[in-house]
Design a protein around this ligand. Structure first.
Ligand SMILES: [Zn+2]
Length: 241
């Protein structure tokens, strides 16, 4: 086995606190650098285990689409190119959590230690807690390789990857034949910058989840199917299962 598992130190306490309340499913956070395959894995695992997939980016887009008060506020921030304040993101997530019956996967949130602590409070208020934090670990150079191999079609928006999902002919779109391009965000230098920001922001977060025994590191290098299997193995070995 290429990775070791350790059981949560807080396992016995967790079991006790579940004893008197209603039994809940898996409540997970997926962490990982951009390009680690977090979204793909979150989607697969949520389908397999019947969990609600709460993607922070989608929540913001949905809020804007709904055109209610909160949505209008979100749109103002996005329009100005500013970060949406934690308080707003949290209340949107709270709304989704209230619909959860059998567990959830949070993807794209929390990203900072402050957000992690706010999430704890949000869950605590709902007599929920996290079962595990899955950290998809992929080395920076592998991510640079993956993302810089990404191409998009400027005409129809189709997405390709010269390593994993190359177009049939040269660097031309299968659907419309247009010459594919690389987004500026996927240029190696830009990717390295995004990774630097990610590592700085999430290092305290990873420490925090390591200390409370929730962090489960999964090696995110390999084919998507293999990685899904590794995550499933981790989940099956969680004390609550
Ligand atoms: Zn195209």
């Amino acid at each position: 086995m290429a990775f070791k598992l350790s059981f949560s130190s807080g396992a016995s306490e967790e079991l006790e606190s579940k004893g008197d309340g209603k039994m809940k499913g898996l409540n997970l956070v997926f962490l990982g650098p951009p390009g680690a395959g977090k979204g793909t894995q979150a989607q697969r695992i949520s389908e397999k285990f019947g969990l609600v997939w709460i993607c922070a980016g989608d929540i913001l887009r949905q809020a804007v689409a709904q055109e209610n008060q909160l949505g209008k506020e979100v749109q103002e921030y996005l329009k100005r190119g500013e970060l949406v304040p934690d308080q707003i993101v949290l209340s949107l997530i709270a709304g989704r959590l209230d619909e959860v019956e059998d567990g959830f996967i949070l993807d794209g949130f929390p990203r900072t230690l402050g957000q992690a602590k706010a999430l704890d409070k949000l869950l605590h208020d709902r007599t929920m807690d996290l079962s595990a934090v899955i950290f998809l670990d992929v080395p920076d150079e592998e991510i640079v390789k993956r993302l810089s191999a990404r191409r998009i079609c400027p005409n129809c928006g189709a997405v390709y990857n010269m390593i994993y999902k190359p177009p049939k002919k040269d660097e031309k779109c299968d659907r419309c034949g247009t010459q594919l391009i690389r987004r500026r965000d996927d240029e190696p230098e830009t990717v390295r910058n995004r990774l630097r920001v990610f590592r700085e922001q999430t290092a305290p977060l990873i420490d925090y989840y390591k200390k409370n025994g929730l962090l489960k590191k999964v090696n995110g290098v390999g084919m998507p199917d293999q990685i899904t299997e590794k995550i499933e193995m981790v989940l099956q070995r969680l004390p609550l299962n």
